[in-house]
Design a binder for this molecule. Structure first.
Ligand code: DP6
Length: 383
Protein backbone atom coordinates (compact mmCIF):
# COMPACT_ATOMS: atom_id res chain seq x y z
CA UNK A 1 0.00 0.00 0.00
CA UNK A 2 1.30 3.39 -1.05
CA UNK A 3 2.76 5.32 1.88
CA UNK A 4 2.19 2.63 4.44
CA UNK A 5 4.63 2.45 7.31
CA UNK A 6 4.68 -0.38 9.77
CA UNK A 7 6.47 -1.47 12.87
CA UNK A 8 6.57 -4.82 14.66
CA UNK A 9 7.57 -5.36 18.31
CA UNK A 10 7.46 -8.00 20.96
CA UNK A 11 6.78 -7.50 24.67
CA UNK A 12 6.98 -9.80 27.64
CA UNK A 13 4.25 -11.17 29.86
CA UNK A 14 4.99 -10.57 33.49
CA UNK A 15 4.17 -12.71 36.47
CA UNK A 16 3.70 -10.74 39.67
CA UNK A 17 5.59 -11.80 42.78
CA UNK A 18 3.94 -8.97 44.72
CA UNK A 19 0.34 -8.90 43.54
CA UNK A 20 -1.61 -5.94 42.20
CA UNK A 21 -5.20 -6.43 43.32
CA UNK A 22 -7.43 -3.38 43.77
CA UNK A 23 -7.60 0.11 42.30
CA UNK A 24 -7.98 3.49 43.94
CA UNK A 25 -8.97 5.05 40.59
CA UNK A 26 -10.79 3.07 37.89
CA UNK A 27 -10.41 5.59 35.07
CA UNK A 28 -6.68 6.17 35.48
CA UNK A 29 -6.04 2.61 36.74
CA UNK A 30 -4.25 3.52 39.95
CA UNK A 31 -3.53 0.62 42.31
CA UNK A 32 -3.97 0.37 46.07
CA UNK A 33 -0.46 -1.05 46.40
CA UNK A 34 2.84 -1.34 44.54
CA UNK A 35 3.67 -4.64 42.76
CA UNK A 36 6.67 -6.48 41.30
CA UNK A 37 6.92 -8.83 38.30
CA UNK A 38 9.29 -10.91 36.19
CA UNK A 39 9.01 -11.42 32.45
CA UNK A 40 8.44 -13.89 29.62
CA UNK A 41 7.66 -12.97 25.97
CA UNK A 42 4.87 -12.49 23.41
CA UNK A 43 4.50 -10.86 19.93
CA UNK A 44 2.47 -7.94 18.47
CA UNK A 45 2.56 -5.82 15.28
CA UNK A 46 1.31 -2.34 14.29
CA UNK A 47 0.94 -0.52 10.97
CA UNK A 48 -0.47 2.84 9.81
CA UNK A 49 -2.20 4.87 7.02
CA UNK A 50 -5.74 3.49 6.72
CA UNK A 51 -9.36 4.67 6.52
CA UNK A 52 -10.25 3.79 10.09
CA UNK A 53 -8.53 2.46 13.20
CA UNK A 54 -8.83 -1.36 13.29
CA UNK A 55 -7.60 -4.08 15.61
CA UNK A 56 -7.22 -7.87 15.29
CA UNK A 57 -6.48 -9.95 18.37
CA UNK A 58 -5.29 -13.50 17.83
CA UNK A 59 -6.63 -13.49 14.28
CA UNK A 60 -10.05 -12.06 15.15
CA UNK A 61 -11.12 -8.48 14.47
CA UNK A 62 -12.25 -6.71 17.64
CA UNK A 63 -13.85 -3.33 18.17
CA UNK A 64 -11.40 -0.52 18.56
CA UNK A 65 -14.08 1.45 20.41
CA UNK A 66 -12.99 0.20 23.74
CA UNK A 67 -12.27 2.78 26.42
CA UNK A 68 -8.82 1.45 27.26
CA UNK A 69 -7.66 1.22 23.64
CA UNK A 70 -9.05 4.69 23.00
CA UNK A 71 -7.23 6.12 26.04
CA UNK A 72 -3.95 4.60 24.92
CA UNK A 73 -4.35 5.81 21.31
CA UNK A 74 -5.33 9.31 22.41
CA UNK A 75 -2.37 9.61 24.78
CA UNK A 76 0.10 8.39 22.13
CA UNK A 77 -1.34 10.76 19.52
CA UNK A 78 -1.17 13.63 22.00
CA UNK A 79 2.54 13.01 22.49
CA UNK A 80 3.30 12.14 18.85
CA UNK A 81 6.27 13.81 17.15
CA UNK A 82 5.63 12.02 13.83
CA UNK A 83 2.46 11.52 11.73
CA UNK A 84 1.22 14.62 13.46
CA UNK A 85 -0.10 17.05 10.90
CA UNK A 86 -1.57 20.31 12.02
CA UNK A 87 -4.17 21.60 9.54
CA UNK A 88 -4.64 25.28 8.58
CA UNK A 89 -7.68 25.32 10.87
CA UNK A 90 -5.44 24.34 13.79
CA UNK A 91 -6.92 20.82 13.84
CA UNK A 92 -4.55 17.95 14.37
CA UNK A 93 -4.99 15.24 11.74
CA UNK A 94 -3.45 11.87 12.18
CA UNK A 95 -3.58 8.80 9.96
CA UNK A 96 -5.50 5.74 11.18
CA UNK A 97 -3.80 2.64 12.49
CA UNK A 98 -4.28 -1.09 11.94
CA UNK A 99 -3.26 -3.10 14.94
CA UNK A 100 -2.63 -6.83 14.82
CA UNK A 101 -1.70 -8.59 17.97
CA UNK A 102 -1.02 -12.21 18.83
CA UNK A 103 0.18 -14.03 21.85
CA UNK A 104 1.40 -17.54 22.34
CA UNK A 105 0.01 -17.85 25.86
CA UNK A 106 -3.43 -19.10 26.85
CA UNK A 107 -5.47 -15.86 26.92
CA UNK A 108 -7.69 -14.95 29.87
CA UNK A 109 -6.17 -17.80 31.85
CA UNK A 110 -4.32 -15.70 34.35
CA UNK A 111 -1.12 -15.60 32.35
CA UNK A 112 -0.98 -11.84 32.03
CA UNK A 113 -1.78 -11.80 28.31
CA UNK A 114 -3.47 -8.38 28.59
CA UNK A 115 -0.30 -7.05 30.22
CA UNK A 116 1.86 -8.20 27.33
CA UNK A 117 -0.75 -7.07 24.78
CA UNK A 118 -1.08 -3.51 26.06
CA UNK A 119 2.65 -3.14 26.73
CA UNK A 120 3.34 -4.20 23.17
CA UNK A 121 0.65 -1.93 21.76
CA UNK A 122 2.01 1.11 23.58
CA UNK A 123 5.63 0.33 22.73
CA UNK A 124 4.86 -0.26 19.02
CA UNK A 125 2.69 2.85 18.72
CA UNK A 126 5.40 4.87 20.46
CA UNK A 127 7.98 3.69 17.87
CA UNK A 128 5.69 4.57 15.00
CA UNK A 129 4.58 7.96 16.34
CA UNK A 130 7.98 8.95 17.69
CA UNK A 131 6.92 9.12 21.34
CA UNK A 132 9.90 8.92 23.64
CA UNK A 133 10.37 9.12 27.39
CA UNK A 134 8.26 7.51 30.07
CA UNK A 135 5.73 5.05 28.57
CA UNK A 136 4.67 2.89 31.52
CA UNK A 137 2.06 5.50 32.54
CA UNK A 138 0.37 5.05 29.16
CA UNK A 139 0.55 1.23 29.30
CA UNK A 140 -1.01 1.36 32.78
CA UNK A 141 -4.09 2.99 31.29
CA UNK A 142 -4.52 -0.05 29.02
CA UNK A 143 -4.17 -2.60 31.82
CA UNK A 144 -2.63 -2.01 35.23
CA UNK A 145 -0.16 -4.87 35.12
CA UNK A 146 0.93 -3.84 31.57
CA UNK A 147 3.02 -0.98 32.98
CA UNK A 148 5.42 -3.55 34.44
CA UNK A 149 5.85 -5.19 31.01
CA UNK A 150 7.37 -1.95 29.65
CA UNK A 151 10.67 -2.94 31.23
CA UNK A 152 12.67 -6.15 31.32
CA UNK A 153 14.19 -7.88 34.31
CA UNK A 154 12.80 -7.21 37.77
CA UNK A 155 10.22 -4.46 37.74
CA UNK A 156 8.46 -2.48 40.44
CA UNK A 157 5.18 -0.68 39.79
CA UNK A 158 5.16 2.12 42.30
CA UNK A 159 1.58 2.81 43.28
CA UNK A 160 2.23 6.57 43.56
CA UNK A 161 0.32 9.06 45.70
CA UNK A 162 -0.96 11.64 43.24
CA UNK A 163 -4.68 11.64 42.34
CA UNK A 164 -3.87 12.29 38.66
CA UNK A 165 -1.67 9.17 38.48
CA UNK A 166 1.43 11.05 37.38
CA UNK A 167 3.65 9.09 39.80
CA UNK A 168 2.00 5.66 39.39
CA UNK A 169 4.77 4.28 37.20
CA UNK A 170 6.93 1.20 36.68
CA UNK A 171 10.70 1.17 37.08
CA UNK A 172 13.34 -1.48 36.66
CA UNK A 173 14.84 -2.74 39.93
CA UNK A 174 17.45 -4.92 38.24
CA UNK A 175 18.15 -6.00 34.65
CA UNK A 176 17.31 -9.47 33.32
CA UNK A 177 20.91 -10.71 33.77
CA UNK A 178 21.02 -9.69 37.46
CA UNK A 179 20.15 -13.22 38.62
CA UNK A 180 21.33 -15.56 35.84
CA UNK A 181 20.52 -18.84 37.61
CA UNK A 182 16.87 -17.93 38.24
CA UNK A 183 14.40 -19.99 36.20
CA UNK A 184 10.64 -19.97 35.67
CA UNK A 185 8.51 -23.04 35.01
CA UNK A 186 4.98 -22.16 33.95
CA UNK A 187 2.69 -25.13 34.44
CA UNK A 188 -0.26 -24.67 32.10
CA UNK A 189 -3.21 -26.41 33.71
CA UNK A 190 -5.59 -28.22 31.34
CA UNK A 191 -8.95 -27.31 32.81
CA UNK A 192 -9.30 -23.59 32.01
CA UNK A 193 -12.75 -22.71 33.34
CA UNK A 194 -14.13 -19.27 32.57
CA UNK A 195 -13.13 -17.07 35.45
CA UNK A 196 -14.10 -13.69 36.77
CA UNK A 197 -11.80 -11.22 34.97
CA UNK A 198 -9.18 -9.32 36.99
CA UNK A 199 -10.87 -5.94 36.49
CA UNK A 200 -14.21 -7.08 37.86
CA UNK A 201 -12.70 -9.41 40.48
CA UNK A 202 -10.58 -6.72 42.11
CA UNK A 203 -13.48 -4.26 42.11
CA UNK A 204 -15.60 -6.71 44.09
CA UNK A 205 -12.70 -7.47 46.42
CA UNK A 206 -12.07 -3.80 47.21
CA UNK A 207 -15.80 -3.27 47.76
CA UNK A 208 -16.46 -6.30 49.98
CA UNK A 209 -13.36 -7.91 51.50
CA UNK A 210 -12.41 -7.05 55.08
CA UNK A 211 -9.18 -8.99 54.74
CA UNK A 212 -8.22 -6.62 51.91
CA UNK A 213 -7.89 -3.77 54.44
CA UNK A 214 -5.25 -5.80 56.26
CA UNK A 215 -3.53 -6.68 52.97
CA UNK A 216 -3.12 -3.03 52.01
CA UNK A 217 -1.36 -2.49 55.36
CA UNK A 218 1.10 -5.36 54.92
CA UNK A 219 2.02 -5.13 51.22
CA UNK A 220 4.50 -2.23 51.68
CA UNK A 221 6.59 -4.43 54.02
CA UNK A 222 6.38 -7.39 51.58
CA UNK A 223 7.53 -5.04 48.81
CA UNK A 224 10.46 -3.67 50.80
CA UNK A 225 11.60 -7.18 51.79
CA UNK A 226 11.15 -8.39 48.21
CA UNK A 227 13.28 -5.57 46.79
CA UNK A 228 16.06 -6.46 49.26
CA UNK A 229 15.79 -10.20 48.46
CA UNK A 230 16.09 -9.46 44.73
CA UNK A 231 19.06 -7.12 45.25
CA UNK A 232 20.84 -9.72 47.41
CA UNK A 233 19.75 -12.69 45.26
CA UNK A 234 18.41 -14.23 48.46
CA UNK A 235 16.37 -17.08 47.00
CA UNK A 236 14.72 -18.44 50.19
CA UNK A 237 13.36 -14.99 51.13
CA UNK A 238 12.36 -14.22 47.54
CA UNK A 239 10.55 -17.58 47.35
CA UNK A 240 8.83 -17.29 50.73
CA UNK A 241 7.42 -13.82 50.01
CA UNK A 242 6.33 -14.92 46.51
CA UNK A 243 4.35 -17.82 47.96
CA UNK A 244 2.90 -15.79 50.83
CA UNK A 245 1.83 -13.06 48.40
CA UNK A 246 0.15 -15.61 46.12
CA UNK A 247 -1.60 -17.21 49.07
CA UNK A 248 -2.75 -13.87 50.48
CA UNK A 249 -4.04 -12.73 47.09
CA UNK A 250 -6.12 -15.92 46.77
CA UNK A 251 -7.24 -15.51 50.39
CA UNK A 252 -8.67 -12.04 49.65
CA UNK A 253 -10.34 -13.55 46.57
CA UNK A 254 -12.03 -16.10 48.82
CA UNK A 255 -12.93 -13.30 51.26
CA UNK A 256 -14.59 -11.40 48.38
CA UNK A 257 -18.38 -11.53 48.47
CA UNK A 258 -19.51 -13.40 46.41
CA UNK A 259 -16.16 -15.25 46.50
CA UNK A 260 -13.82 -15.42 43.52
CA UNK A 261 -12.00 -18.72 42.90
CA UNK A 262 -8.97 -18.94 40.68
CA UNK A 263 -7.18 -21.98 42.14
CA UNK A 264 -8.37 -25.46 41.20
CA UNK A 265 -7.68 -28.88 42.76
CA UNK A 266 -4.69 -29.20 40.40
CA UNK A 267 -3.35 -25.80 41.55
CA UNK A 268 -3.60 -26.98 45.15
CA UNK A 269 -1.79 -30.24 44.37
CA UNK A 270 1.02 -28.19 42.79
CA UNK A 271 1.22 -26.11 46.00
CA UNK A 272 1.45 -29.32 48.02
CA UNK A 273 4.14 -30.71 45.72
CA UNK A 274 6.30 -27.58 46.13
CA UNK A 275 6.03 -27.54 49.92
CA UNK A 276 6.84 -31.27 50.14
CA UNK A 277 9.96 -30.73 48.02
CA UNK A 278 11.07 -27.79 50.18
CA UNK A 279 10.39 -29.70 53.42
CA UNK A 280 12.37 -32.72 52.16
CA UNK A 281 15.39 -30.46 51.53
CA UNK A 282 14.81 -28.49 54.72
CA UNK A 283 15.33 -25.41 52.55
CA UNK A 284 13.10 -23.25 50.33
CA UNK A 285 14.21 -24.24 46.83
CA UNK A 286 11.05 -23.67 44.78
CA UNK A 287 8.25 -21.07 44.93
CA UNK A 288 4.82 -21.07 43.28
CA UNK A 289 2.65 -18.14 42.36
CA UNK A 290 -0.80 -18.02 40.74
CA UNK A 291 -2.49 -15.01 39.14
CA UNK A 292 -6.15 -14.82 38.10
CA UNK A 293 -6.28 -18.43 36.87
CA UNK A 294 -5.23 -21.98 37.79
CA UNK A 295 -1.84 -21.96 36.02
CA UNK A 296 1.21 -22.09 38.26
CA UNK A 297 4.42 -20.16 37.82
CA UNK A 298 7.27 -21.79 39.67
CA UNK A 299 10.41 -19.81 40.47
CA UNK A 300 13.52 -21.86 41.16
CA UNK A 301 17.25 -22.00 40.58
CA UNK A 302 18.71 -23.80 37.57
CA UNK A 303 20.01 -26.76 39.61
CA UNK A 304 16.50 -27.71 40.76
CA UNK A 305 14.85 -27.59 37.32
CA UNK A 306 15.59 -31.26 36.34
CA UNK A 307 14.10 -32.47 39.65
CA UNK A 308 10.95 -30.38 39.47
CA UNK A 309 10.37 -31.31 35.82
CA UNK A 310 10.78 -34.99 36.82
CA UNK A 311 8.30 -34.54 39.69
CA UNK A 312 5.74 -32.89 37.39
CA UNK A 313 6.23 -35.78 34.96
CA UNK A 314 5.75 -38.21 37.82
CA UNK A 315 2.58 -36.72 39.33
CA UNK A 316 1.01 -34.86 36.39
CA UNK A 317 2.15 -36.89 33.35
CA UNK A 318 0.77 -36.06 29.90
CA UNK A 319 -1.69 -38.66 28.56
CA UNK A 320 0.00 -41.50 26.63
CA UNK A 321 0.60 -40.81 22.92
CA UNK A 322 0.66 -37.04 23.39
CA UNK A 323 2.20 -35.65 20.21
CA UNK A 324 3.33 -32.23 21.38
CA UNK A 325 6.35 -31.61 23.57
CA UNK A 326 5.51 -31.57 27.28
CA UNK A 327 8.38 -29.25 28.19
CA UNK A 328 8.77 -26.19 25.93
CA UNK A 329 11.33 -23.41 25.97
CA UNK A 330 14.80 -24.03 27.37
CA UNK A 331 15.84 -27.67 27.00
CA UNK A 332 15.98 -29.78 30.14
CA UNK A 333 16.69 -33.44 30.86
CA UNK A 334 14.54 -34.64 33.80
CA UNK A 335 16.57 -36.03 36.73
CA UNK A 336 16.02 -39.51 38.08
CA UNK A 337 14.29 -39.27 41.45
CA UNK A 338 15.43 -41.01 44.64
CA UNK A 339 13.02 -43.39 46.33
CA UNK A 340 13.20 -41.54 49.66
CA UNK A 341 12.27 -38.25 47.98
CA UNK A 342 9.32 -39.84 46.11
CA UNK A 343 8.02 -41.48 49.28
CA UNK A 344 7.47 -38.07 50.89
CA UNK A 345 4.81 -37.06 48.38
CA UNK A 346 1.27 -37.88 49.44
CA UNK A 347 -0.32 -36.65 46.22
CA UNK A 348 -2.25 -38.71 43.67
CA UNK A 349 -1.00 -39.24 40.13
CA UNK A 350 -3.18 -36.95 37.96
CA UNK A 351 -2.65 -37.76 34.30
CA UNK A 352 -3.41 -35.01 31.79
CA UNK A 353 -4.06 -32.33 34.43
CA UNK A 354 -1.08 -30.26 33.25
CA UNK A 355 -1.11 -29.55 29.51
CA UNK A 356 2.50 -28.47 29.17
CA UNK A 357 5.40 -26.77 30.92
CA UNK A 358 7.13 -23.61 29.68
CA UNK A 359 10.73 -23.29 30.86
CA UNK A 360 12.09 -19.72 30.69
CA UNK A 361 14.42 -17.21 32.32
CA UNK A 362 13.73 -13.66 33.41
CA UNK A 363 13.24 -11.78 30.12
CA UNK A 364 14.05 -8.40 28.68
CA UNK A 365 11.55 -5.62 27.94
CA UNK A 366 9.75 -4.79 24.68
CA UNK A 367 11.86 -4.93 21.54
CA UNK A 368 11.57 -3.83 17.95
CA UNK A 369 11.93 -6.78 15.55
CA UNK A 370 12.54 -7.05 11.78
CA UNK A 371 9.86 -6.24 9.21
CA UNK A 372 9.84 -9.86 8.01
CA UNK A 373 8.03 -10.75 11.25
CA UNK A 374 5.18 -8.33 10.53
CA UNK A 375 1.69 -9.68 11.22
CA UNK A 376 0.22 -7.38 8.55
CA UNK A 377 0.63 -7.80 4.78
CA UNK A 378 1.44 -5.00 2.35
CA UNK A 379 -2.27 -4.01 2.28
CA UNK A 380 -2.20 -3.57 6.04
CA UNK A 381 -4.40 -6.62 6.66
CA UNK A 382 -3.55 -9.67 8.78
CA UNK A 383 -1.33 -12.13 6.93
C1 DP6 B 1 -3.78 -11.15 39.43
O1 DP6 B 1 -3.72 -5.76 35.10
O2 DP6 B 1 -5.29 -7.62 34.38
O3 DP6 B 1 -2.43 -10.65 37.53
O4 DP6 B 1 -5.77 -3.19 35.44
O5 DP6 B 1 -8.08 -4.10 35.43
O6 DP6 B 1 -6.54 -4.54 33.48
P1 DP6 B 1 -6.66 -4.30 34.99
O7 DP6 B 1 -6.18 -5.66 35.70
P2 DP6 B 1 -4.92 -6.59 35.40
O8 DP6 B 1 -4.75 -7.30 36.83
C2 DP6 B 1 -3.71 -8.23 37.07
C3 DP6 B 1 -3.91 -8.92 38.38
C4 DP6 B 1 -2.97 -10.07 38.70
C5 DP6 B 1 -1.85 -9.63 39.65
C6 DP6 B 1 -0.71 -8.84 39.03
O9 DP6 B 1 -0.39 -9.02 37.83
O10 DP6 B 1 -0.10 -8.07 39.79
Amino acid sequence: MEGMESCTCIAPVNIAVIKYWGKRDEQLILPVNSSISLQAKTTVAVSSRFKEDRIWLNGKEESVHNKRIQNVLAEIRRRATRHHVEGADGDIRQPCVHICSENNFPTAAGLASSAAGYACLVYTLAQLYGVSGELSGIARQGSGSACRSMYGGFVLWEMGQSTDGIDSLARQLAPANHWPSLRILTLVVSDQKKQVGSTEGMQTTVATSELMKKRVEVVPQHTEDMIKAIQQRDFPTFARITMQESNQFHAVCLDTYPPVFYLTDTSRLIIQMVHTYNTFHNHTRVAYTFDAGPNACLYLLEEDVPYIVALVNQFFPPPPNTQQAFVRGINVAPASLDKDLLECFKIPRSEGEIKYIIHTKVGSGPQLIEAEHSLLNSDGLPK
